[in-house]
Design a protein around this ligand. Structure first.
Ligand SMILES: Nc1ncnc2c1ncn2[C@@H]1O[C@H](COP(=O)(O)OP(=O)(O)O)[C@@H](O)[C@H]1O
Ligand SMILES: Cc1ncc(COP(=O)(O)O)c(N)n1
Ligand SMILES: [Mg+2]
Length: 477
C-alpha cells in the first residue's frame, strides 16, 4: 500500500500506559470510529512476542476499517505481520537500509527535528515526515522542541507530506492555522481521553478545517472609533480590502469624529481577555495587529493571552496621540507597553512623535529617523517601521530590522484627510503577514495600499477626514 496523504490527517499513535486494563485493539477501534485515519503502534517496553500478539489484534481492527497500520521502529515485525509500514526515528535504523528490507510498497515515515534532517529523509526516500516535538510532551521526555517557524519552513520546502507531533491537544491544534501541513500525530489527546471516540472526532473536525483552509485570518486588538476612520473600524475595513478574514477584540471605546476625541470608555481587562479566549479557541488568527490600548491592566491581559496562545506575526502600533491631537494612552501604560508588549512584537510601527517619546531623541530629518529607529529596535529587540507621515517632507517610511535599514519611499499626497493612517498601515502589514509574506514584502504592499487609499481623495467630515479603504473594490466595477 502506498501512502495517500489524506491518511495522515489524524494519525493516532498508541501508548500502553493508557490501557487501564483494556485491550489496545479496543482503544484503536474507538479512535478509528471517531475518525483516526492512520494508526501507529508504539511500544517501547514489550517483548517481541507480546508486541507481535498485540500488533496482530490491532491489525485486524485496522483492516476492518481500511485504515493503514504502521509499526514504530520494528522493521522485522512489520515484515512478519505484513503491516503497512514503519515509522523510524533519527537514532533507529538507517532509512535506505529500511527501504531495502521492506521494498517500495511499504510506507516509511521518518522523524525530523530540523530542515537538514527533513531534506535528508526526503532524499533518501521517506514517504512522510513526522516533525516535532512542537509542544512540550509527557510521552517523550527527551523530545527536541521544534518551532512553528521550522515546521512551516519544512512544510513549504520539502516535497513530501508532513505531520506535526508532540503535545498536540484540542486547544493548541488550532495553532496550526496557516501552516501547510497534512495532518497531526497524536498520542495522549486521543488514547489518554475518557472518551477516545469523541476526542478523535473533535480533533479530526478541527484539523480537517485547518488543512483545507485557504483564507488567511487576522485579528485587531484596538479601540473603536465611532466615526469609522481609525481604530477597529479602519482595521476591519483594511483587512477586508486586503483579502483576509478580519476579527476584532475591542480594548477601548471612543466617542470620536474627524474633529477630535470627545470621550474614552475603557473596557475591563478581564473582558478583553475573554474576547481573546473566544477568538483564539475558535478561529485562530494568523496575524495580530495591536492598536490603541490605553490601560496598564488591559496591556498586561493582552500580553498574557498572546503568550498563552503563542500568537505569531504581531504588529504593534504604539498609538499615543490621535491625528487630531488627542492623547490616547496614560503615561503608566506607556511603560507597560514597553515592558510587556514590545518584546512580543514582530514589528513596531511608531510615527515620528511616538518614536521621539520611545527613543528620547528629537527627529527632524531622515538621518535622525535612522538613529531613532536603531535606538528603538536595539532597545526592544524587534523590527521597527518608523513612519514618515509627520513633519518630514516626503512620506518615506524606514524599516530597521536586525541591524539593517530599508526605506519605503512614498510620494506625499496633498490630502489633509489622514485620520486613521497609522491604524490602516499597521492593519495592512498584519494582513500581508497573515497571507504569508515576509515583513519587507508586507510593508511594501501595505505602503502601496495606503498610498492608494489616500490618493482616492475621499473628503468627509469637518476635520481631518478618513481615507477610502474600499478603493480597491472600484477595480471590480
Ligand atoms: N500625506 C501623505 N501622503 C502619503 N503618505 C502619507 C501621508 N501621510 C501619511 N502617509 C503615510 O501613512 C502611513 C502612516 O503614517 P503616519 O501618518 O505617520 O502614522 P500615524 O497615523 O500613526 O501618525 C505611512 O506609511 C505614511 O508614510
Ligand atoms: C480608536 C482609535 N485608535 C487609534 C487612533 C489613531 O489614529 P491614527 O491612525 O490617525 O494615528 C484613533 N484616532 N482612534
Ligand atoms: Mg495618523
Amino acid at each position: 500500500m502506498k501512502l495517500d496523504k489524506k491518511d495522515l490527517l489524524l494519525y493516532g499513535v498508541t501508548d500502553s500506559h493508557y490501557l487501564n486494563g483494556r485491550k489496545l485493539c479496543e482503544l484503536v477501534e474507538e479512535a478509528i470510529l471517531g475518525g483516526a485515519t492512520m494508526i501507529q503502534i508504539r511500544e517501547k517496553e514489550m517483548s517481541h512476542e507480546e508486541f507481535k500478539q498485540e500488533a496482530l489484534e490491532v491489525q485486524e481492527v485496522c483492516q476492518k476499517y481500511h485504515v493503514p497500520l504502521l509499526i514504530n521502529d520494528d522493521v522485522k515485525l512489520c515484515k512478519e505481520i505484513d503491516a503497512d509500514g514503519v515509522h523510524i526515528g533519527q537514532d533507529d535504523l538507517d532509512l535506505k537500509e529500511t527501504r531495502k528490507l521492506l521494498g517500495e510498497d511499504k510506507i516509511i515515515g521518518v522523524s525530523a527535528h530540523n530542515m537538514k534532517e527533513a531534506k535528508k529523509a526526503y532524499e533518501d526516500g521517506a514517504d512522510y515526515l513526522g516533525v516535532g516535538a512542537i509542544f512540550s510532551t509527557q510521552t517523550k521526555n527527551d523530545a527536541q522542541d521544534v518551532s512553528m517557524n521550522t515546521l512551516n519552513e519544512i512544510c513549504q520546502k520539502v516535497d513530501i507530506p508532513v505531520v506535526a507531533i508532540g503535545g498536540i491537544n484540542q486547544v493548541n491544534v488550532l495553532e496550526f492555522m496557516g501552516i501547510n501541513l497534512d495532518g497531526v500525530a497524536i498520542v495522549s489527546s486521543i488514547f489518554g481521553s475518557e472518551d477516545i471516540q469523541k476526542a478523535s472526532s473533535l480533533l479530526k473536525d478541527k484539523i480537517q478545517r485547518i488543512v483545507s483552509n485557504k483564507m488567511p485570518t487576522c485579528l485587531t486588538i484596538a479601540g473603536s472609533d465611532s466615526s469609522g476612520g481609525a481604530g477597529i473600524q479602519a482595521d476591519l475595513k483594511t483587512m477586508l480590502a486586503n483579502r483576509v478574514y478580519a476579527m476584532s477584540v475591542i480594548a477601548a471605546l471612543t466617542a470620536q469624529n474627524t474633529t477630535g476625541v470627545d470621550a474614552i470608555y475603557d473596557v475591563d481587562a478581564s473582558f478583553v481577555a475573554s474576547q481573546m479566549d473566544s477568538v483564539f479557541t475558535d478561529i485562530y488568527p494568523m496575524a495580530v495587529k495591536i492598536g490603541m490600548v490605553s490601560q496598564k491592566e488591559v496591556i498586561l491581559a493582552i500580553s498574557e493571552k498572546l503568550k498563552q496562545y503563542h500568537a505569531r506575526n504581531i504588529v504593534v502600533d504604539p498609538v499615543m496621540v490621535a491625528t487630531s491631537g488627542a492623547k490616547l494612552i496614560s503615561d503608566e501604560a506607556i511603560d507597560t507597553l514597553k515592558e510587556n508588549l514590545f518584546p512580543l512584537a514582530t514589528v513596531l510601527t511608531p510615527n515620528i512623535p511616538e518614536a521621539e517619546v520611545l527613543s528620547g531623541l528629537k527627529i527632524n530629518n531622515e538621518k535622525e529617523m535612522l538613529e531613532a529607529a536603531k535606538y528603538i529596535g536595539d532597545h526592544y529587540h524587534c523590527a521597527v517601521l518608523l513612519k514618515g507621515g509627520h513633519q518630514i517632507n516626503d512620506a518615506n517610511d524606514l524599516l530597521y530590522k536586525e541591524e539593517k535599514y530599508q526605506w519605503f519611499k512614498g510620494k506625499r499626497i496633498n490630502n489633509n484627510n489622514t485620520h486613521g493612517t497609522g491604524c490602516t498601515l499597521s492593519s495592512a502589514i498584519a494582513s500581508y503577514l497573515a497571507r504569508g509574506e515576509n515583513l519587507e514584502n508586507a510593508v511594501k504592499k501595505a505602503k502601496d495600499y495606503i498610498s492608494g487609499a489616500l490618493a482616492a481623495m475621499l473628503d468627509l467630515g469637518q476635520g481631518q477626514g478618513p481615507m477610502d479603504h474600499g478603493y480597491v473594490l472600484d477595480k471590480k466595477d
